[in-house]
Design a protein around this ligand. Structure first.
Ligand code: ADP
Ligand code: MG
Length: 260
């Protein structure tokens, strides 16, 4: 089990509301003829912290990329904060402005400073005045504990610092939901903790989060639900204690025996 979670977690703000943040019904997706997601049903309530686990190639990234339409589904429904994802570009823009995403490989703009990375979308997409966007960005850079890096370029930062910039950049758009796709998988072990700490703080503030991660210590400490995917399907889901101590399906048992 991961030893990266080393402090008690304050769950007092982690309230799960009755309100639905994401509703996925009978969703299917193909890449060409390859049926990558099969009959996905998933309802996420506001305030939930969901960890998605499963073997490589099981469709985890594709699933979360469908939620902000980086990938298109071909059947079924995806509704985010009451907005259905269809070809309507207005809806896609609305959903993207509410959903932040953090990738394995940071995806920062290398030719822009940390501060410019954080203010680009607020200024150009949200039309926030530059001064105000910079103030907000500094607030979030302080939150992820790297305000002193604001005028450096991504290439001058460590991987852990770059990933915290990526999180701050997402937060600058004031998202209602945060999606994480293996945010610590590209990091050296000593940097994993600093990124997980940032994610834990977000959870403690009540952010709705979907995280694809192999950090099972994080899942146990922070998630209220763990979803296990295999071959494009949700095979099993449960609250963490039951998921880890009492897995139901053979596929889940096999997966857990390989990673724990
Ligand atoms: P995971 O994140 O669980 O490792 P992915 O969602 O990345 O899985 O991929 C699921 C399956 O879809 C894999 O077999 C992968 O090779 C395939 N796949 C992913 N992206 C594409 C794509 N753009 N075109 C075709 N196949 C893809
Ligand atoms: Mg993936």
């Amino acid at each position: 089990m991961s030893e990266t979670i080393t402090r008690p977690i304050d769950r007092s703000h982690m309230l799960v509301s009755d309100e639905i943040a994401i509703d996925i019904r009978n969703m299917n997706k193909w890449y060409g003829t390859f049926h990558v997601l099969r009959d996905i049903d998933l309802t996420v309530h506001r305030g939930e912290r969901i960890v998605i686990a499963g073997p490589s190639g099981s469709g985890k990234s594709t699933l979360i990329r469908c939620i902000n339409r980086l990938e298109e589904h071909q059947a079924g429904h995806i509704v985010v904060d009451g907005i259905e994802l269809t070809n309507d570009i207005k809806n896609i823009d609305k959903v993207r402005s509410e959903v932040g995403m953090v990738f394995q490989h940071f995806n920062l703009f290398p030719h822009l400073t940390v501060l410019e990375n954080c203010t680009l979308a607020p200024i150009w997409v949200r039309k926030v005045p530059r001064r105000q966007a910079e103030e907000t960005a500094m607030r979030f850079l302080e939150k992820v504990k790297i305000p002193e890096q604001a005028h450096k370029y991504p290439g001058q930062l460590s991987g852990g610092q770059q990933q915290r910039v990526a999180i701050a950049r997402s937060l600058c758009m004031q998202p209602k939901i945060m999606l994480f796709d293996e945010p610590t998988s590209a990091l050296d072990p000593e940097m994993i903790k600093e990124v997980l700490d940032t994610m834990i703080e977000l959870a403690e503030e009540g952010m709705t989060m979907l995280c694809v991660t192999h950090e099972m210590g994080f899942a146990q400490a922070v998630a209220n639900r763990v979803i296990f995917m295999d071959q494009g399907q949700i095979v099993e889901q449960n609250e963490p204690r039951e998921f880890f101590n009492n897995p139901k399906s053979e596929r889940t048992k096999l997966f857990l025996s390989q990673i724990l």
